[in-house]
Ligand binder design. Sequence first.
Ligand code: FEO
Length: 404
Amino acid sequence: MSFFKITENIFSVGTLNPNLRVFDIVMETKFGTSYNSYVVRGKDRTALVDVNHEIFFDKYLANIEKVCDIEKINYIIINHCEPDHTGALAKLMRHCPQAEILASAAGTKYLREITNMPRLPVRAVSDGESIALGGKTLKFISAPMLHWPDSMFTYCEEDGILFSCDFFGAHYCEPYMLDTSVSYEKSYNEALAGYYKAIFSPFPKYVRNGLDKLDGMYLNMICPSHGPVLSRGGKLEYAVERYRLWSAEVDTGIEIPVFYCSAYGNTEKTAFAVREGIKSVLPDCSSECYNINEHSMQFLTEKINRSTAFAIGSPTINRDTVPVMWSLLAGIDAINSAGKGAVVFGSYGWSGEAVTNLVNRLKCLKINVIEELRVLFVPTEDDLEAARQTGMKIAHCTLYGGIS
Ligand code: FEO
């Protein structure tokens, strides 16, 4: 049931998408998802918290109309502007044109572009500001990068309900979206973990900041924008505890993995020589060679994103690197990898564009490419020595911050 009462005068009015299998083009959603939205009715005013994807607009509108006169909605609170939460906003405004939209300062900028409405009645609210609806007070809490720079939470003080948008969300769908009604707990736990990994694992510092803001706050329920509502004594404590665990600081020491693919073993020989160079400078660091055709992309992207620095090598085929290498680069976390050191290498026969193309892509990601090395056909002993020197360079740069 996409519509249900959460507590006195607070209702879930979102929509369900149980058949969705890929979210936002890239994210597997084997348990479907929901686009949650909430109506908070005060004695004097009514607020809608989070909006919806546009695809189920009619159903969404019907849900809202079950609990309030849509024309009389006073506030539309946008905790986060991504179109799964704002795609329906432009259409919705035709039904409640007098509603004031409240968002973070960053959110106000995005919303006009997302709706293509230059005169959208949107107001920026600041961290700690609140609005009174009459017996329901909604307080805004800045929560940047959870999951975009615009993100904020909305907290209903009287009911102890946190509207957390993506934070504590899960791509999970059952007919009744309350944690105590979840029929397949293992699947829900998997969805919560998968969602965290995909959306928040690049931002552990911001997750910790978000969790710190919950300290001392009375939490009766958490109403995220995807997946079940979490209740005290249900899954609320579990979700908070998991987020603390997953975002905890981990010191793994220096890791400089070497990723390569190789058609005839020449780039592979070069990769092992690069690793020798790394280990000669940093014997205690973790540095392994990974033939990327022999590992899952998830394993490799985790390695590259966790690395202190990395080396990457590819032969040239059809004037380019190979598709599997592009897949690895597509998994690089652009935010946390900026400034990370890398070296690029590869064997070639005719023209050798793979190295150039990899370097260009890494530079787009603001990776600090320290050296590039090309080897013509089969590496000679001189080529292998050059590869060792390349490995030594990335190790030195890692150790001394760019001074090789
Ligand atoms: Fe559910 Fe970041 O949007």
